[in-house]
Ligand binder design. Structure first.
Ligand code: S3P
Length: 414
């Protein structure tokens, strides 16, 4: 994909639906009693992997235009579940399958087959689950077992691991509590509560009791992790307005970073939709300043870090991002792939064990980018190239369909 350099970038954008919320809306409703309609759902490849898995487990999931219709099933059948590129699909479903007492085998594409699954299997075993991984990675085999609720302390802040334990807890005997070191996104807690579950949060610990979920219609807001690319284009090149964006406080670390980097932005039309805060986000061209980010903020902007690194490459001064070693185990090793992307187009990014050190430049020359088939590297690279002097090309650019179908079309509209 060729990305042309831009002098300015302005416009109003309807960003596709939130990936995390779409996964959960499809998965939880497919496991609930009754029928639900999900509007604004993200129809990207990852969420379609979840839909296919839920069908394999016995639910009805139908995509009609932009709406997903789900008829849940209270009993799952044994299944082989192919999760594609989607870590959220595999990890959440490991917990749900364990809680439902079924046999399920999980596989994925080459990227997912290389990602850690013991972080989910180990806490689930504390509830009595029978799970095997292959050297900690997929394929994963869940075998039928009875679970008993317990108190689980997980070492990494991960919404995927937390969610897996909570979903298993719905089918366990007694209460299940999961405690994480830093609070991660809480879409699971909000949606399970809306579907009738008894979910209690106390600091970084969440407790759930066994229950049958009631199907619930969901209106999915736009994904702040996808809007972030267009917000960044506004900050670098003009003015953008992203409409109807989810601004759940466990996801808005990028707005705190904007404040620290001197990015001018405002939230308009703030409201709550289906238990999630939503707003329109306006961003204006700003003189960016470098930033220091540490572990505490990382979970609230984990997927935006490659893009934040790009913004730092255009900012005045040196930026340091630390406490982000989780980036090593995403769809690619994002510490390595982000640094390579920035350096390949004339920036100055040093990879660290747990993040990056970036020296900002007034402008970047441009050049070619290898996405390593990682959607967030491709889109962060596209923003960097649009703001560069010469632009350039992105290899394996179609991976954006994982989370943002139509990304390049929208980029050409601004
Ligand atoms: C997600 C949680 C995050 C994030 C991923 C989606 C989710 O992963 O990186 O894109 O929907 O729960 P971790 O929870 O493993 O950090």
């Amino acid at each position: 994909m060729k990305i042309l350099p831009r002098r300015t970038f302005c416009g109003e954008f309807q960003i596709p639906g939130d990936k995390s919320i779409t996964h959960r809306a499809v998965m939880f409703n497919a496991a609930a009693r009754g029928k639900a309609e999900i509007t604004g759902a993200l129809l990207g490849e990852d969420c379609l992997s979840t839909a296919a898995c839920m069908r394999a487990l016995g639910a009805k999931v139908e995509v009609k235009g932009g709406t997903v219709l789900v008829q849940g099933t209270e009993t799952f059948r044994d299944a082989d579940l192919y999760c594609g590129n989607s870590g959220t699909t595999m990890r959440l479903l490991m917990g749900l399958a364990a809680g439902r007492g079924i046999n399920a085998r999980f596989t994925g594409d080459p990227s997912l087959s290389n990602r850690p699954m013991e972080r989910v299997a180990a806490p689930l075993r504390l509830l009595g689950a029978d799970i095997a991984t292959e050297n900690g990675k997929p394929p994963v085999q869940v075998r039928a077992a009875r679970l008993a609720g317990t108190y689980v302390k997980i070492p990494v802040a991960s919404a995927q691991v937390k969610s897996a334990v909570l979903l298993a807890g719905l089918g366990a005997e007694g209460e299940t509590t999961v405690e994480e070191p830093i609070r991660s996104r809480d879409h699971t807690e909000r949606m399970l509560a809306a579907m009738g579950a008894d979910v209690r949060t106390d600091g970084n610990a969440v407790t759930v009791s066994p229950c049958t979920l009631r199907a619930q219609d969901v209106a999915v807001p736009a994904d702040i992790s996808s809007a972030a690319y267009f917000m960044a284009l506004g900050a670098l090149l003009g003015e953008t307005l992203c409409k109807n964006v989810g601004v759940n406080p466990t996801r808005t670390g990028i707005l705190q970073v904007f404040s620290q980097m001197n990015v001018q932005y405002s939230l308009e039309n703030q409201r709550t939709v289906c238990g999630e805060p939503v707003a329109d986000i306006r961003v204006k061209k700003s003189a960016l300043k470098g930033v220091k980010l540490a572990r505490g903020i990382v979970p609230s902007l984990i997927d935006e870090l490659p893009l934040i690194a790009v913004l730092c490459a255009f900012a005045e001064g040196e930026s340091v991002i630390s406490g982000a070693e989780e980036l090593r185990v995403k769809e690619s090793d994002r510490i390595r792939t982000t640094a390579e992307m920035i350096n390949g187009i004339g920036g100055d990014c040093t990879p660290l064990a747990d993040g990056f050190a970036i020296r900002g430049r007034e402008s970047l020359a441009g050049g070619n980018i290898n996405s390593y088939k990682d959607h967030r590297i491709a889109m962060s690279g596209a923003v960097a190239l649009a703001a560069s002097k010469r632009g350039g090309e992105i290899a394996d650019a179609e991976c954006v369909d994982i989370s943002f179908p139509g990304f390049y079309g929208m980029l050409s509209q601004g």
